[in-house]
Design a protein around this ligand. Structure first.
Ligand SMILES: *[C@@H]1O[C@H](CO)[C@@H](O)[C@H](O)[C@H]1NC(C)=O
Ligand SMILES: *[C@@H]1O[C@H](CO)[C@@H](O)[C@H](O)[C@H]1NC(C)=O
Ligand SMILES: *[C@@H]1O[C@H](CO)[C@@H](O)[C@H](O)[C@H]1NC(C)=O
Ligand SMILES: *[C@@H]1O[C@H](CO)[C@@H](O)[C@H](O)[C@H]1NC(C)=O
Ligand SMILES: *[C@@H]1O[C@H](CO)[C@@H](O)[C@H](O)[C@H]1NC(C)=O
Length: 304
């Protein structure tokens, strides 16, 4: 699990180590002035925990009687010199502002949203977007789509609701430190939640059209080692998507005239298949499976 969190942990260890190192140097330097050591060490220690004060030259009364100007401290950057480059670039988390028009309780998805935010955390998103962030983000969208309407017959969201929910999802991820450009980085938008031009969007028709037990069996536990070279779930999804997209020509001919082409429908129908799988699989299993499928796709450079 390569994640932003790891980078964050590393960064803070480095920060602590460096501060600690600097502090020791400073303490050694101070100790060459035996008289002031006792007086000054205490406020110095206090300043460590309050990083925002570090940049401000101390002007407390304690320093006044002993005449050391900051200029006398030549080579040891602590405590006066610039600290900003050492800060990890992660802003703190905050409460997201939601539209209030996406009728879903996000708490059940909290863990997977945390994971997504961490995989798409700001400084890392640009570098590892395709490999780590985007597969997790698409997995989240698939799972959200399936979760959204668990109690209804629908496998997709309506356009307007999809807009609100997509916006809420991105706001929540941002509030948990994800890069705000992830929709662009990963080319996803609210229409990814609507099933687009796929002609089948409800559970009843879906289960009449595809061999549901076969699909579920192929995808209920995806083996990370085998799936990429000898795929089992991937072709099952493809087969199901082909079946439901083929319904288009049979069900409504008017959609074809000037309508979306077959490739789009096939791609949109894959989203519907994922949504159906999300309803059938436990959240964790679905997330693992979807990520593996995405990674195989990225590794092989297969389009779609
Ligand atoms: C959402 O669900 C959680 C438990 O799953 C519950 O504690 C919380 O009150 C719910 N929030 C709303 C707004 O219904
Ligand atoms: C977010 O990612 C974009 C594109 O990868 C990058 O240019 C930008 O600097 C990142 N934003 C932050 C705040 O890290
Ligand atoms: C989102 O939709 C676009 C087409 O609108 C498609 O190319 C892309 O693969 C979809 N992404 C996901 C994660 O479903
Ligand atoms: C939803 O949006 C798509 C294009 O994004 C459009 O073709 C379709 O007619 C819209 N559906 C409704 C019900 O507004
Ligand atoms: C569905 O697939 C299973 C296993 O592949 C097969 O045994 C079964 O006959 C299929 N059902 C239908 C209706 O095709």
């Amino acid at each position: 699990m390569l994640s932003g969190a790891m980078g964050c942990v590393k960064a803070s260890i480095r920060l602590d180590g460096s501060l600690c190192h600097r502090f020791i140097l400073f303490a050694i330097w101070l100790s060459s002035f035996p008289d002031i050591m006792a007086l000054e060490i205490k406020p110095t220690v206090n300043h460590i925990s309050s990083t925002s004060e570090l940049a401000i030259p101390p002007k407390s009364g304690l320093f006044e009687p002993i005449e050391i100007s900051p200029a006398v401290i030549p080579h040891y950057p602590f405590p006066g010199e610039s600290l900003p480059p050492m800060y990890p670039a992660f802003p703190p988390t905050y409460d997201p502002v939601l539209t209030g028009k996406c009728p879903i309780n996000f708490s059940a998805l909290s863990d997977i949203m945390d994971k997504t935010a961490s995989d798409c955390s700001q400084p890392l998103a640009a570098f590892i977007g395709n490999v780590i962030c985007c597969p997790q983000l698409s997995s989240l969208l698939h799972i959200f789509q399936g979760y959204y309407s668990t109690s209804s017959d629908k496998l997709v969201l309506q356009n307007v609701t999809a807009n609100y929910c997509f916006s809420d999802i991105i706001s929540i991820l941002e509030s948990r430190r994800a890069n705000s450009s992830i929709p662009t980085i990963c080319s996803v938008k609210s229409s990814n939640l609507t099933g687009g031009s796929c002609p089948v969007k409800d559970v009843t028709t879906f289960e009449k059209t595809v061999n549901a037990s076969k699909l579920l069996e192929a995808c209920s536990s995806v083996d990370p080692l085998k799936e990429c070279c000898r795929p089992i779930c991937q072709p099952a999804i493809m087969e199901a998507a082909l079946k439901i997209s083929a319904g288009q020509s049979l069900i409504s001919d008017e959609n074809i005239v000037g309508g979306p082409n077959r490739i789009d429908a096939l791609s949109d129908c894959k989203g519907v298949v994922y949504s159906w799988l999300s309803r059938k699989l436990p959240l964790d299993a679905a997330n693992t499976a979807f990520r593996i499928l995405s990674s195989c796709k990225v590794n092989k450079g297969m389009g779609f």
